[in-house]
Write a protein that binds this ligand. Structure first.
Ligand SMILES: Cc1ncc(COP(=O)(O)O)c(C=O)c1O
Length: 375
């Protein structure tokens, strides 16, 4: 079986360094918000080309605190997309604000800037673009709309470590950026983790306080805060991995090119890399009308796949109270029906890439897959 993600393969390449890094934390007996977190924050800020990075316990918390630092609260509206992981929307709900959804551009799978302005109301405070699959949203028009309407931009860069938009790094383009270090992410901890990035010192200061009970100094609680602290062991692991991420990212990009070349002659639609983007291929998603049969065929051929995501957020029972219905966001709904994520990790061998592609080609030639949706 070719796994969808193979964390063991990556671990084998960094095992010694990881064990030494964790051992150093054990010897220090300093487990939460210590020197490893501080060093990681500096290194991750440099990596994202942001002035500040603040480590937190999850990507969800990063979104939650970034929105709070941006001043979002009850009565406000935040614009985002339904074709994303549920956390992008849930974090808005946590603040008491209302998520207002707009459809995606079907080529990039990210927010369609042309649909944003008609969603703006006097209550709108921020736009939250999601850099889905590792490709940046079209940030220039988004930031332009935000500036003209006095809105903030909070980037959901949970899948976009090292992704670029016109040479600028994801997480450094809007007012605040939010990253997840969930284990399977391009930069993954050995447990949970996240970070907020920003070039704004005031926002950074607020996030610093909010992640640790709103305290400015010990026991001096200025804000109603949270326990969203990053652990030293996770920061130590992330520091080791950060040294490799550029090589790993280039490997992902090379694998994506290889998949796309091998699948070029088929009717399935391969990812479209936008002219402005350095796509980091957290997910390599193809699309086909007959996605279910394709997934079954691949499974029978020993190829594990994923679906990111099968139900757009506006059709999830958890968010039915937003009041949207089927048909409201046709591009998101069609993408949710058709996307299929192929195995993607830097350690994939050429033989594995070939095996996966052959399995797709075979399924297509056997007619199990109707032609993909051209967009
Ligand atoms: C787009 C997106 N936003 C937010 C999150 C939330 O991150 P976490 O799982 O670290 O809370 C994730 C990851 O799962 C994600 O993919």
């Amino acid at each position: 079986m070719i796994p969808f993600v193979d964390l063991k393969a990556q671990y084998q390449t960094i095992k010694q360094d990881i064990r030494e890094a964790i051992d150093e934390v054990l010897e220090s007996q300093h487990f939460v918000l210590g020197p490893q977190v501080k060093a990681f924050e500096q290194e991750f800020a440099a990596y994202t080309r942001s002035a500040h990075a603040i480590g937190v316990n999850t990507g969800t918390s990063a979104l939650h605190l970034a929105l709070l630092a941006a001043g979002i609260g009850p009565g406000d509206e935040v614009i985002t997309v339904p074709f994303t992981f549920v956390a992008s929307v849930a974090a808005i709900v946590y603040t008491g604000a209302r998520p207002v959804l707009v459809d995606i551009d079907p080529l990039s799978y990210t927010i369609d800037p042309a649909r944003i302005e008609s969603a703006i109301t006097p209550r709108t405070r921020a736009i939250l673009p999601v850099h889905l699959y590792g490709q940046s949203a079209d940030m220039d028009p988004i930031v332009d709309i935000a500036r003209r309407h006095g809105l903030l931009v909070v980037e959901d860069a949970a899948q976009a470590h090292g992704a670029e938009y016109k040479g600028r790094r994801a997480g450094s383009i809007g007012d605040l950026g939010c990253f997840s270090f969930y284990p399977g992410k391009n930069l993954g901890a050995y447990g949970e983790g996240g970070a907020v990035t920003t070039n704004n010192a005031d926002f950074a200061h607020t996030v610093h306080m909010l992640r640790d009970w709103g305290a400015e100094t010990k026991y001096n609680h200025i804000l109603k805060g949270y326990n969203f602290r990053l652990e030293e062991i996770q920061a130590a692991v992330l520091r080791v991995k950060l040294r490799h991420i550029e090589v790993w990212t280039e490997a992902r990009r090379a694998h994506a090119r290889r998949y796309s070349a091998l699948l070029a002659a088929t009717s399935v639609v391969t990812p479209h890399e936008m002219d402005y983007a350095r796509h980091v291929y957290h997910v390599y998603a193809i699309r086909a009308n007959d996605r279910g049969n394709l997934q079954d065929s691949l499974n029978a051929a020993g190829v594990s796949t994923g679906i990111h995501y099968p139900i757009p957020v506006h059709l999830l029972p958890a968010h039915a109270d937003l009041g949207y219905t089927a048909g409201d966001f046709p591009h998101s709904e069609r993408a949710a029906d058709e996307v299929l994520s192929l195995p993607m990790y830097s350690e994939l061998s050429d033989g594995q890439l070939q095996t996966v592609s052959d399995a797709v080609l075979l399924a297509v030639s056997q007619g199990t897959v109707a032609s993909g949706t051209g967009v």
